[in-house]
Structure formats: structure tokens, C-alpha cells
Design a protein around this ligand. Structure first.
Ligand SMILES: Cc1ncc(COP(=O)(O)O)c(C=O)c1O
Length: 345
């Protein structure tokens, strides 16, 4: 079996090397060729598999983690799932502090992967003792022999994407990429990929996607943290109420802000036009592309890569649920695809 290319020792060997898939219908009238890096093809169904594996293996290399130890993290869900998956294979305990904004699907999934989950209130300040950052810090202090991944403030988060996602995109586009569009949460994805791409070609334009209600765009433009920018929003994993050191603001050319409503509709549109069942932030990234196209950002010869960070199955109780859309005031029957459910008695 050793020579069979499609046989693996464990699921972790499938992390990375995700496909780049051309977008055809949604961008048919746009300038340039558009390709999505579809991170749902990772075994944990998101880009966070890459950082979980890289950070844990780096801790093992440094001798600060041995079997039976505990791994702790703050997570909107995806990083937690990836850490839980790596922990199962490598024999670690996994404790996760999650924001109450995370979908019920995501929280149940973490539990299903054997993690101990703490759900913390979303709309409190980052330094509030109930915030998921503070809860994770406290649990780390209380648990001897634990490591705290701390993805928002861990350089290894950037390195994971510098070492894998960046080179993959460069190779897949044969160096022809002109633009990278990526959502920024911790900033690890966009910063790591940008660093690699700009080393190959400094003219590659890197555009971050931020949420209304987040401080990232204003900080990028002014280098000032303005807490007046902060208010609740719905998209999970995008934007922030603090400045993460895992974001290299110098590696990002500009930020575009997108709304909860447009991003939700655009996620559904990707699923229904491209056949790619993607998560909420994929909708946000694609929404940013629509806005950039309107602004005349692209030209016909451009090759644009957009990161689709995770899978639509994580949002069945949110973006893909008509009742949830209605509750948010997002429901617009004219924008829904013609599909139906009929119960045969
Ligand atoms: C669904 C989703 N999209 C995008 C991001 C942003 O990626 P990064 O944290 O690397 O900036 C995250 C991160 O939490 C995420 O969970």
C-alpha cells in the first residue's frame, strides 16, 4: 500500500493542498479571471486545519507539549474544530472558549469532537473577565501542563499560511496572480499569504475584508484603535474588536467593509450559482469582490484569487436557514433561489 498515492497514515496528512476553483457564473460580467481557494477541502473543512497542525507540531518540536497535555484556545468554532481533530490523533486534551455568537452547529460539532467547550458572551469588551479571551487565559493558568494557542497573538498563525497557503496559490496560478482577496479575523491567513506572494512579486495587490462594527479598516488607515467603530455584527470569524498581532497591517494594501446582509445573500448565491456550498465569510469575500468590481479595481487581464475559508454545512441554522434570515430582517424572496421542500403523506 506504500506506493498508493491515495492512502494515508491518518487524517492529518490531508491538510493543505486545497484546490483552486475557477468562478464562472458569478463573475461572468466582471473584469478579470476569478479563482476561489476552497479551504473546505481540508479534512476539518476550514483553513484553520493548517494553523492547528502547524502550531501544535511546533510546540512538540520545542518540547513544550507531550501526549496527555491540554491544548486551550479561543475560537469562533473553526480553529476549535481543527484543534480537536489534531488532538484526537495526537492524544491531547482539548479545551475551547467559544463566543456565544458562534452558530449552534459549530458548538455542537466541537462537543462531538470530544472538546470541553465554554460558551462566553459575545458582546462584552475583550478585557472583560467573561470574554472568551479572558476565560481561555484563566483556564490556561489553572491547567498545569497546558498550552494556549492564542491564535490572535501567535506569529505561528502567520507562518502556517506563509509556509503552505501562500506557496500553493503561487504555484497554482503559475505566478500570474494579480490580486488576493481574503477576510481578516486573526489576520493570519491574509498576512501569511501576502508575505509569501509579495516576496515573489511585490505588485500583487492584497485586499482585506472587514465587517462594519470592527476596528480593522480604521486601524489600517490611521494606525489608531477607535472603539467607537465597535458594535455588534453577525458574521463569524471576520473583523475584530481588538488589534491582533497576527495581522501584519503593512502586508495588506487596503480593506473593504461588507454588511451582514449582503454577505449572507452572496454566500447563498455562491452555493446556487457555482455549486460550492460555502460559509458566511466566503459570502463576505465575494461581496467585497462585487464592491471592488463596481469601483473599477480590476482589469480584463487580472487573475484574482479569493479565499473561501469554510463550508456551508456550518451555517445551517444561520445563513442557510430562511427563518434566521427573516429574523435578521435579511429575508428578500426576490433573492432566493427557486427550490422547495414538499412532504409527501
Ligand atoms: C469562517 C472564517 N472565515 C475567515 C476567518 C479569518 O481568517 P484569519 O483568522 O486567518 O484572518 C476565520 C477565522 O476565525 C473564520 O473562522
Amino acid at each position: 500500500m506504500k506506493n498508493n498515492k491515495n492512502v494515508f497514515d491518518n487524517v492529518l496528512q490531508l491538510i493543505g493542498n486545497t484546490p483552486l476553483i475557477k468562478l464562472n457564473r458569478m463573475t461572468a460580467n466582471f473584469d478579470g479571471d476569478f479563482y476561489a481557494k476552497v479551504e473546505a477541502f481540508n479534512p476539518g473543512h476550514s483553513s484553520k486545519d493548517r494553523i492547528a497542525l502547524h502550531i501544535i507540531e511546533e510546540a512538540e518540536r520545542q518540547g513544550i507539549l507531550s501526549p496527555g497535555d491540554t491544548i486551550i484556545e479561543t475560537t469562533s468554532g473553526n480553529t476549535g474544530f481543527s484543534i480537536a481533530m489534531v488532538s484526537i490523533i495526537k492524544g491531547y486534551e482539548c479545551i475551547l472558549a467559544v463566543s456565544s455568537k458562534s452558530s449552534a452547529d459549530k458548538i455542537d460539532m466541537l462537543k462531538s469532537m470530544g472538546a470541553k467547550v465554554y460558551v462566553c458572551p459575545a458582546h462584552v469588551k475583550a478585557d472583560d473577565p467573561r470574554s472568551y479571551y479572558e476565560v481561555a487565559k484563566r483556564l490556561h493558568e489553572e491547567n498545569k501542563g497546558s498550552i494556549y494557542i492564542n491564535q490572535y497573538f501567535n506569529q505561528l498563525n502567520i507562518d502556517a499560511h506563509y509556509n503552505s497557503t501562500g506557496p500553493e496559490i503561487w504555484e497554482q496560478t503559475e505566478g500570474e496572480i494579480t490580486h488576493l482577496i481574503a477576510c481578516s479575523g486573526t489576520g493570519g491567513t491574509i498576512s501569511g499569504i501576502s508575505k509569501y506572494l509579495k516576496e515573489q512579486n511585490p505588485n500583487v495587490k492584497v485586499i482585506g475584508v472587514d465587517a462594519y462594527g470592527s476596528v480593522l479598516q480604521k486601524y489600517h488607515e490611521t494606525r489608531e484603535f477607535d472603539d467607537k467603530e465597535i458594535y455588534p455584527y453577525r458574521i463569524e470569524g471576520l473583523g475584530k474588536n481588538l488589534i491582533p498581532t497576527a495581522t501584519d497591517f503593512d502586508a495588506i494594501d487596503k480593506f473593504v467593509k461588507v454588511t451582514d446582509e449582503e454577505s449572507a445573500h452572496t454566500a447563498r448565491e455562491i452555493s446556487n450559482t457555482e455549486g460550492l456550498f460555502v460559509g458566511y465569510t466566503s459570502g463576505a469575500a465575494m461581496q467585497a469582490i462585487k464592491q471592488l468590481q463596481e469601483e473599477g479595481e480590476f482589469k480584463a487581464s487580472d487573475k484574482i484569487v479569493v479565499i473561501f475559508p469554510d463550508h456551508g454545512s456550518r451555517y445551517m441554522s444561520k445563513v442557510y436557514n430562511d427563518k434566521w434570515m427573516e429574523d435578521q430582517g435579511f429575508f428578500d424572496s426576490s433573492r432566493l433561489v427557486q427550490s422547495s421542500i414538499e412532504y409527501v403523506k
